[in-house]
Design a protein around this ligand. Structure first.
Ligand code: DGL
Length: 264
């Protein structure tokens, strides 16, 4: 049995990345871990998230994964460096808000970033802004509560649309032309966001870029799966398996199969 790639997030948000990985690397076996018991990460302390990130990576290591994708901006902000230091023999692929691509494509130089508080307050984000903020204005908007609603399967609910509207209006008032979705839960709201923003605002997420980076890393290390057969995707969670499965079934285009609860 070929070694799998481990992908995780605080909940089901990282499935927005998993969808792209599955398209690009469909011969890989993938384990997806939704840390639903601890969702949302955005309101936890940096220490708590670091602890979770290390625990989940430890679980993946015990399953002999050949690489780990941290499909969560908040976890990467809080703990990516630490996870890399602690797991030097496993390649760790992270995510970050698409500020660089936004800088490259904005026409009026006005960029909005919607993300969790923790990501926006982190040092990694300040460095991104310092690096790619030249000649553009970056307006940030924390969105507490939004990832939770997506995680609970309420992405199309009036409550979610109200909340989205509330968070997007301040960015629209700044006349942004490019919006960065700085949380992996938000791509599941892309249609609703586009509707509120109008068709002229370009909305960026990182799914495809992370999938391509994962392929590059596996190729570079010579550990790409054999192309002969299709890989499998299996789901794990720290939360309640049946409710996670229910939500997964609304966003995962294949059969979800069983969701295994892991007590870590
Ligand atoms: N999906 C996550 C992110 O990209 C975390 C959201 C949360 O748990 O607060 O930041």
């Amino acid at each position: 049995m070929p070694y799998p790639v481990g992908v995780f997030d605080s909940g089901i948000g990282g499935v927005s990345i998993l969808l792209e990985i599955r398209k690009l690397l469909n011969h890989e076996n993938i384990m997806y871990f939704a840390d639903s018991f601890w969702c949302p990460y955005g309101t936890k302390s940096v220490e708590q998230i670091r602890g979770r990130t290390l625990k989940i990576t430890e679980f993946f290591a015990s399953q002999k994964v050949k690489a780990v994708v941290v499909a969560c901006n908040t976890a990467c902000s809080a703990g990516l460096d630490l996870v890399r230091i602690n797991n030097q023999d496993i390649p760790i692929i992270g995510v970050e808000p698409a500020v660089k691509p936004a800088h490259d494509i904005t026409r009026n130089g006005r960029i909005g970033v919607l993300s969790t508080n923790l990501t926006l307050q982190g040092q990694k984000f300040s460095i991104l802004v310092e690096k790619f903020g030249n000649g553009v204005e970056i307006f940030t908007q924390p969105a507490p509560g939004l990832a939770d609603l997506v995680d609970q399967g309420k992405k199309d609910s009036p409550e979610t649309l109200d909340m989205l509207n509330r968070f997007l209006q301040p960015l629209l008032a700044r006349e942004i032309d490019t919006l960065v979705l700085g949380c992996t839960h938000y791509p599941f709201l892309k249609d609703a966001i586009q509707k509120i923003c109008g068709k002229d605002i370009v909305i960026l997420d990182t799914g495809l870029a992370v999938a391509k980076q994962t392929e590059r890393v596996l190729r570079y290390r010579n550990i790409l799966g054999s192309r002969e057969e299709e890989g499998t995707v299996s789901f794990y969670t720290s939360g309640e398996a049946s409710s996670v499965k229910e939500v997964l079934e609304t966003i995962w285009p294949e059969s979800v199969g069983s969701v295994t609860r892991v007590d870590i």
